[in-house]
Design a protein around this ligand. Structure first.
Ligand code: ADP
Length: 552
């Protein structure tokens, strides 16, 4: 801007200067022309008077200096000329000033010479004898004048250029200085130029608008950060070419991103083919899904492209931990396979026995044994199906089962009473001790826990063994313990007995009518009550299972 102002001022100054020089020269030239013309007139008059008085003798020894004097006879013939030989001179009647003088006693004219560098002024006066005296003097033209003044003119031009440049420089600086010192943070506080007021008002209103938009943007960003920061799922917002625009802490932890990774390419965090495939899909504008194993866990990576109109402007990468889901899926598949297998065995037994009976291949005394087997196997199937139904109900969080205050001791006593015949049949001494202990719980599930634990203690016991059930209060908790003097559980199996269909000794469990689901039901029911289970067992000595319930 300074340069433009400087150039403009300089050009204006130079134009004014050039125009002034030209106009001044023209005026001077005109003035001097007039003076010279006037002098010529006076000289002509004087000379005419002298010639009229003295005749041609006047011209003798006359020093006319720069003037040229010509005497022309009334017929136009040149009688005398101070410069040329009269004999060679042509008739002068046609000359403008002569013609005028012959007509009006006085005539004037001017003519440019061939080169245009000189101009001749003529004055003619008619003498009383009819002849005409003409005087002429040459005068420089404007061009010659300027040419003659070229040296001082050049000096003046130089000074003018230097002065104009200096002034233009100072002026442009002075004009721009207030503009440079404008306080744009507070545009309305500036008072330098009135002409700038509309612009400053505009800047002020735009600044306020920008600030409003920036605040809005910051608020949205904070909201987004607040939402994504506490999410367990990883979220990475990507730019068009896969550069990271934003990453939440969960994703940063997962990809071990240390420091600020915003601006880096996604592949610098993870170079796996899965991530690379997802980025390619995003660039093509399509949604894609991949699974990735990271840090011993399984993740589902989901990419959704973001497009403005037709062009893809980035994408959102969502990372979900699907380890538990996968494990549950795996368990479900195993469970289905196990259920089918568990059901197939008794069904085959039933079907085989029934076929033999149908074909009359069983002797009469053996028939009872076959009926009993069919009955036993179908009972097993029934209890298996019942356990499966119970488990699937528990899997769904025991919906529709209301909680109520339950006295655990009372419930234990009832269950012991229920199982007493079984204990007696197995020659096991079953006793219950403790105190009234109320908890918030679902009676059917609590019953399942106590029933299954006592049932196991009877089943996996020795003849003449003991089972002791106790219920007691401890701080804010209720502790149910079932202790037996049975066969015990080897250390390596203790962790797994709560798995579905897991049995230490499959044939013994089956022989005793076990389904392999009892402890799974116990574990689930305890979980629903927020209870902890602890198993202490020694092979040959016995087992103690303790369930620790929170009272509220
Ligand atoms: P099951 O129907 O076979 O009894 P459970 O889930 O109740 O199934 O128990 C799983 C396995 O744990 C049993 O098969 C048995 O081997 C072992 N077990 C459970 N309770 C006891 C116990 N009190 N003493 C010894 N072994 C036990």
């Amino acid at each position: 801007m300074t340069k433009r102002i400087f150039r403009s001022i300089f050009l204006v100054a130079m134009a004014v200067f050039a125009a002034s020089v030209l106009l001044f020269s023209i005026m001077l030239y005109n003035y001097f022309s007039d003076v010279r013309q006037e002098q010529l007139r006076v000289q002509t008059e004087l000379a005419a008077k002298a010639v009229a008085a003295e005749g041609v003798a006047y011209f003798d020894d006359l020093d006319a200096r720069e003037y040229r004097i010509t005497l022309i006879a009334p017929d136009g013939k040149v009688i005398f000329d101070s410069r040329s030989d009269t004999g060679e001179m042509e008739n002068h009647l046609e000359r403008e000033e002569i013609r005028e003088a012959l007509e009006n006693a006085f005539g004037e004219s001017s003519r440019y010479s061939v080169t245009l560098m000189e101009r001749a002024l003529y004055c003619a006066e008619k003498l009383p004898d009819g002849s005409v005296l003409r005087m002429s003097v040459s005068q420089n033209t404007l061009l010659t004048l300027l040419f003659g003044m070229s040296q001082p003119l050049a000096a003046i031009i130089l000074i003018a250029v230097a002065l104009s440049m200096f002034l233009a420089y100072r002026l442009s600086k002075q004009i721009v200085k207030p503009l440079n010192s404008l306080n744009l943070d507070d545009p309305l506080s500036n008072e330098q130029y009135d002409e700038l007021a509309p612009l400053l008002h505009r800047i002020d209103s735009q600044q306020r608008q920008i600030k409003k938009q920036a605040d809005e943007l910051r608020k949205r960003q904070e909201e987004f950060a607040a939402v994504t920061e506490n999410m367990a799922e990883g979220i990475v917002v990507l730019g068009t070419s896969g550069e990271i625009l934003s990453i939440n802490p969960a994703a940063a932890r997962l990809f071990d991103a240390s420091g600020d990774v915003v601006g880096q390419h996604m592949l610098t965090l993870n170079r796996s083919p899965e991530v690379s495939d997802l980025l390619s899909a995003m660039e093509k504008g399509s949604h894609a899904e991949k699974f990735l194993d990271l840090k011993g866990r399984k993740f589902q990576l989901d990419i959704s492209p973001v497009s403005d109109g037709e062009k893809v402007s980035g994408g959102v990468l969502l990372i979900l931990d699907v380890t538990e889901k996968e494990r549950a899926e795996q368990l479900r598949r195993e469970f289905t396979a196990n259920v089918s297998h568990e059901l197939k065995t008794p069904l085959q037994t039933i079907s085989g026995a029934a076929e033999l009976l149908k074909n009359g291949l069983v002797k009469e005394p053996d028939k009872q044994k076959f009926y009993a087997r069919i009955h036993g196997e179908s009972q097993r199937m029934i209890s298996l199906v019942e356990d499966i139904i119970r488990l699937s109900h528990l899997d769904e969080g025991a919906k529709g089962m209301p909680r109520e205050r339950v006295d655990l001791f009372k419930l234990a006593k009832e269950t012991v009473k229920q199982l007493q015949p079984e204990a007696e049949a197995a020659k096991i001494a079953l006793e219950v001790s403790g105190e009234a202990t109320e908890i918030d719980g679902i009676p059917q599930l609590l019953n399942s826990i106590i029933y299954n634990l006592i049932d196991n203690s009877i089943k996996y016991n020795h003849e003449g063994g003991q089972v002791a059930v106790s219920v007691k209060n401890a701080d804010n908790r209720a502790i149910l313990a079932v202790e037996d003097t049975g066969i015990g559980i080897p250390k390596e199996h203790q962790e797994r007995i709560f798995e579905r269909f897991y049995r230490v000794d499959k044939s013994r469990s089956k022989a005793l009518g076990g389904t392999g689901l009892g402890l799974s039901i116990v574990k689930h029911a305890a979980m629903i009550h927020g209870a902890r289970i602890e198993v202490e067992s020694e092979v040959g000595k016995g087992t103690r299972v303790e369930v620790d319930f929170p009272k509220e």
